[in-house]
Design a protein around this ligand. Sequence first.
Ligand SMILES: [Zn+2]
Length: 206
Amino acid sequence: MLKDKILNSLMYVSLITIKDIMGKNGFNALLNFSGLAKYKDEFPPNDDKVEVPLPDFSALIKGILEIFGEKGARSILYNLGRRSFNVILEENPALLGLVGLGLKVLPKKKRIDKLYTIASKETNKIFGENQNYYSSDEGFVFEIYDCFWCKGLKTKGPICYAEVGWNAEAAKWATGDEHGVEEVLCRAKGDNVCKIVISHDPIKDD
Ligand SMILES: [Zn+2]
């Protein structure tokens, strides 16, 4: 189960990247719409304390969905996921165990597996047990049974595109390659879990 508070850093990274994507006016309108005007001038600190109410984070994602519709929200959230990985890497890499992994000495598949294993363990520790990670014939798989991205949302299609983007960027950071990432099940559309599958092999350019 997720805790009722989330990591300050997740809210910080989400706010800063959404502001960057939408511009100041659009961002302020989103906050007003979502009942989150208190975050206009003051973001939570980018630290590892768990102090931001989960409902605030859920209201932010819901606001994006309601303003932009599912399709528009997907690209914003995907972008948010990709960018937030880099913000964490630049500003606070110890947060999800992204330092001292010794990835370079490993073959590429092992690098991704190690990174996902550690990030998943850290996420469970920080947010409350909410996911399983494993590698199988399907690919690298995350089964998220209590997902903070789509908590309380109802959608037609999968909506955890921030998770998709985050995992795509993580795989790229670990190996230099783009991997196919797909959310094949999503709680927001009525499935029991959010299931993200990342291809074992990189996407070929040709
Ligand atoms: Zn989800």
